[in-house]
Design a protein. Structure first.
Length: 277
């Protein structure tokens, strides 16, 4: 089987398929529960915010959210493969089961690699209601460095001691990798996927997004600091622990999310409205 045929088999689509413009889809508002619609809007907004901040990788990478269970079965929302983050809508998101199978009518399909990572963390971590994974140049650059994230900046010290690492195993289509992902993240809320990218989890989209903001800023500051001819100054572990404790309220439920998220929603409404379609 050649590479093209293998990819078509993985996606469950023959070459030459068409993907509809998400703006043309009928709205699911009123056709799903109020809670599901709220989470759909929140997740679609998060996709657009990731694009607005320049963290997207065209149609690749993923953000997922856990939905309320249906008849005792776990349900999640994931992005359709082939849509840009900046055009994501609440009605375009795909509801899937634990195996990544769509459990709703949809003209779209998902990226199998996306759910390999996300299903593992959702299943293992009850607190991981949102899982956010990106491939930014700065995040990937730090993921390729032998020593990973260093305590070069306040951004880094806020997250450093909560960062886990997972070794590269190729494009994440192997379901066996889920066990190792779960083992490596443990109880951490940030993960650097070596030679690959970064990941955060949160009790909601707002917290996962805020965590990624700090992690991305830390990675960016590290790469910029390393452009000097002299080695950057790294703070000692004790200072890192102190700053992490000082910054912890930023990720506490009802604090950091309530402070930053409403402003982010106002900014999104000004710059790129339409996520709630």
């Amino acid at each position: 089987m050649n590479a093209q045929s293998k990819m078509a088999e993985t996606l469950g689509r023959a070459p030459g398929f068409d993907l509809p413009d998400p703006r043309t889809l009928p709205s699911l508002k009123g056709k799903v529960s109020a809670e599901e619609w709220r989470l759909r809007c929140e997740l679609a907004a998060t996709y657009r915010l990731v694009a607005m901040y320049g963290w997207d990788d065209m149609i690749f990478t993923h953000i997922s959210v856990r939905l309320p269970a249906e008849n005792g079965e776990e349900r999640f929302l994931l992005n359709p493969y082939g849509l840009f983050f900046e055009e994501m809508t609440a009605s375009a998101l795909i509801k899937v089961d634990l195996k990544g199978n769509a459990v709703q009518e949809t003209p779209y399909f998902t990226n199998p690699a996306g759910f390999t990572i996300h299903s593992a963390l959702h299943m293992a971590r009850e607190d991981a209601h949102c899982v956010l994974h990106v491939h930014t140049p700065y995040g990937v650059a730090v993921s390729a460095q032998q020593d990973g994230l260093k305590r070069y900046s306040q951004f880094a010290m806020i997250v450093h001691d909560d960062v886990a690492y997972h070794d590269y195993e190729g494009i994440a289509t192997d379901l066996d990798e889920r066990e190792r992902l779960v083992r490596d993240i443990g109880s951490h809320c940030f993960m650097i996927l070596r030679n690959h990218g970064t990941l955060t989890v949160g009790a909601n989209c707002a917290t996962a997004f805020l965590r990624m903001y700090f992690l991305e800023q830390a990675c960016r500051a590290q790469i910029l600091a390393q452009s000097d001819t002299k080695p950057p100054r790294e703070e000692p572990p004790a200072m890192g622990a102190k700053v992490m404790q000082q910054g912890a309220p930023a990720f506490a439920a009802g604090l950091g999310d309530n402070l930053a998220w409403p402003g982010l929603m106002r900014k999104l409404a000004r710059v790129n409205p339409g996520y709630d379609q």
